[in-house]
Design a protein around this ligand. Sequence first.
Ligand code: ACM
Length: 529
Amino acid sequence: MYRRLFLCIIWVLSSVCAHAQIIPQSQEIVYSEGNFIVNNETEVVYLSARMQKQAEELAGYLGSYLEAKVKISTKYTGRNQIVLKESNKLGGEEYLVTVGREIVSCEATTPAGMFYAIQTLIQFFNNASEGPGLKLMTIKDSPRYAWRGLMLDESRHFFGKEIVKQLLDIMAYLKMNRFHWHLTDEPGWRIEIKKYPKLTEIGATGNWHDRNAPRKFYTQDEIREIVAYAAERHIQVIPEIDMPGHASAATRAYPELSAGGTGRWEGFTFHPAKETTYRFIDDVMTEIAGLFPSPYVHIGGDEVHFGNKIWYTDPEIQQFIKNNHLGNEIGLEHYFVRRACDIVNSKGKIMIGWDEIIASGVTPDKAVVMWWRHDKPDQLAAALEKGFKVIMTPRIPCYFDFVQDESHKIGRRWSTKFNTLQTIYAFPDNISSVIANYPDRILGIQASIWTERVADVKRLYFMLFPRLAGISEDAWTNPESKDYSRFEMKLRQFLRYLDQKGMNYFNPFDPESTPEPWGPDKADVIAEG
Ligand code: ACM
């Protein structure tokens, strides 16, 4: 009797664990009794040439997993094979996986869908606790949102291509597909532009903590290398060239493009009344459009009022406002954004801007809005009502420069609020009253990390992990398939995976085991904002 009860408990626990295996959670998964055992004889088979690359990826992974060479074939034998089949019935990122005793079948219509089928298998293998195999199961899966993003600010601190590649690997593992790269801001300009060499000869010197830190930037060859690396993982790279504010690194290099200003805000904005500014932007966008195949370019557009005081007194700027009937300085800001949008569009790209662009007069056919001001849900509502497509990265809960635990001292808080795993996991369903009427206008969700207080990789990963896993599930998994306690169980496996990769993280189950890495400066401790 006790033995029966014991076995029953074990069975329940193992089936709970079996249901708790991958992040992000797949939409539908049905288990049945039995296993597919993978061994040295297992073959990876692809039945259409389009799926060859995915077959090679899976065979490569299995080879290192089994420490044996795994054969790739194009012949179906019906025995001990993992078979990749092209289907014409599934959506772009959708896939089906059926695990039988002899055959694991993966179906997708596109290489992206097959890539996700394979990421799913890889996670199951990584997490298997009872030897190299898979439980018998059927998975039907596709993402909730098309945009599943991460933004990295490399202007405040520069991390370099090996770290970016490691992040792209983890993003792929979590089925995330948009890397938003904040490449220009006040401390540094981080991308080579051939026509304006001083942008990196002068503008790439310095970082948030040290104005004289050695130059750091990506050459165009490195950009191409990273874009190609991302594309192999079905990740689009979207560059951000911030304007008209946050332009100090560019105006240090080319003072003739600066609107002026003094002290902290010297050179914060491009000169909005000079044609040479717009010619510069046009030239930069020509090179940017050639480097990044993404249909989008992000032009920032945020926080112009922080550092545009000079606009209110400069005679040339005031005359420009009058001549062009712009009304006032906000009218001028909007004019600038419209010009930037026209330039981006002229290169065949759609503009993305932070939510300040909503009132600028750009239209939903030309621009996409990135909502960041969590304290202004009316901005999100207004963007949706006007017909804009919106990417959501509100400070609470999507900014990962906010602290994640009450005990943490370095990083932002918003009054008493900060970004725990629970707050992240509740998103976006905690704002469904704002978004429910326009489900098709929400492109997706993004984690964003600003790096004023993130100066090295140890701290970068501490801030990103495991929170990025929460964002990935928010962005992929429909609300009815989400479950926080199951997510927590899966996180333990994810932390083990990060351990294997030697990557740092915060351990929410044992905070003392992962003390907060100190920033480079005691002034890093900030309370809010
Ligand atoms: C922003 O956080 N300034 C977009």
